[in-house]
Ligand binder design. Structure first.
Ligand SMILES: [Zn+2]
Length: 193
């Protein structure tokens, strides 16, 4: 259960503004009692995070949740490919012509031939390089952040808030965070490591 995570990614924040936006959201979360101000060893996949605060129970729907929960919030500032953890991406769509490339073979495993060009797009973006490839269907070049991933499997961004081991976040709470992100488009990911 502790490996389950939910991530809110601001996919429009620039590298320059990501830090200030992160500060704004964090101070709201701390002053509302949702997370602790100090960072401790309470998250997976990151060094340190903010543990749940006294009022964290109010922002989640714990009705289907068994047992106590803990874990914390990891805030990532900087160019990152956020992903849904386990499994593979199933399909990707061109933003120009809306043609969809199936990445899953008939046996429900990754089609390596189809995935090949996209692998570089994803991995290189994480490492700071923009790999622009042509759409296999219309031939037009597509920026790395332009591809639309099925089920939001990947989200490319400079700012993400990952809640580790929390019950499902309430919609109103996610909206509250989104409202503090300068009107940017937000992608919500959840999954397991
Ligand atoms: Zn296309």
């Amino acid at each position: 259960m502790g490996d389950w995570f939910q991530t809110i990614v601001d996919v429009e924040a620039s590298p320059e503004e990501a830090g200030a936006l992160a500060e704004g959201v964090l101070s709201w979360l701390v002053s509302s009692g949702v997370v602790a101000a100090e960072r401790t060893d309470c998250v997976l996949g990151a060094e340190l995070g903010h543990a749940s605060g006294p009022r964290a129970g109010e922002v989640v729907d714990a009705s289907g949740w068994s047992g106590p929960w803990q874990g914390g919030l990891a805030i990532k500032v900087g160019r990152t490919v956020f992903d849904a953890g386990q499994g593979d991406p199933t399909a990707v769509t061109c933003p120009h012509c809306s043609a969809t490339v199936e990445l899953m073979g008939d046996d429900f495993t990754l089609d390596h031939q189809a995935w090949e060009p996209f692998r570089d797009v994803v991995h290189d973006w994480d490492e700071g390089r923009d790999v622009v490839i042509p759409c296999p269907s219309c031939g037009r070049p597509v920026e790395p952040t332009g591809w639309r991933w099925a089920d939001d499997y990947f989200a490319f961004g400079h700012l993400g808030f990952t809640f580790w081991g929390w019950p499902p976040l309430r919609t109103g709470f996610v909206d509250g965070i989104t409202a503090r992100l300068a009107g940017h488009r937000v992608v919500f990911l959840d999954g397991k490591l």
